[in-house]
Design a protein around this ligand. Sequence first.
Ligand SMILES: Nc1ncnc2c1ncn2[C@@H]1O[C@H](COP(=O)(O)OP(=O)(O)OP(=O)(O)O)[C@@H](O)[C@H]1O
Ligand SMILES: [Mg+2]
Length: 232
Amino acid sequence: MLEAQDLSVSYGRIKALQEMNLTLEAGEIVAVLGANGAGKSSLLKALQGMVPPSAGQVRFKGQAITGRSAAWRVGQGLVLVPEGRQIFVSMSVHDNLLMGAYTRRDDTSRDIDAIYQRFDNLAKRRHMSASVLSGGEQQMLAIGRALLSKPSLMMLDEPSLGLSPLLVKSLFELIRDLNRDGLAILLVEQNTHMALATAHRAYVLELGRVVLQGQAQALAADPRMASAYLGE
Ligand SMILES: Nc1ncnc2c1ncn2[C@@H]1O[C@H](COP(=O)(O)OP(=O)(O)OP(=O)(O)O)[C@@H](O)[C@H]1O
Ligand SMILES: [Mg+2]
């Protein structure tokens, strides 16, 4: 479904991502792990088309998309839930959701109802300003907004950041539910334990390079994981 080939991202002289090779099959949850500054967000932004890669190729559903705009990619079913949620705080909850359907020309009302059924707290606050939502509700809104573009692959950039342990648990349950419903997921996380318990496969980035990759279960038990990244 998704393939990055020798993908590199630079900001001037800073090499944020260096020759990354990544694949993701339909139905998979793939995690990308790494410490602060490892290049995780740069990877997702390049895959979404928000930063131009300095080298490399991206393919999605069999077509080369490297030069395509972010909006075009959303229309093709590739959507990013950005780091820090990036909801529109000056708009209502409902209008935030509508923004997620921006690329669609068909009737979205049933899909919006489905979002409200899934996220009760959003339904109750649909006419309120998004600025009154808690951190957990804002994350649900960001995910709901992304779902309204009818994605086949959702990329999530540190969705658990700043959430209480209870909310983190329900967030990962949601990710599993969405995946069971057929959504492929590329998950960037610093919560290594939860991410590896949820994902099928994972990549570990260090200073812009992949240092470990493999089945999530195997990585969770890999001593190199602890020494390279977990600091244990
Ligand atoms: N717009 C930018 N301009 C210059 N340097 C940047 C920019 N964005 C990121 N960088 C640098 O690129 C490197 C990778 O950053 P990136 O945000 O991709 O890492 P990350 O793994 O997402 O980190 P975090 O866990 O803190 O979100 C870092 O050294 C960062 O300082
Ligand atoms: Mg980041």
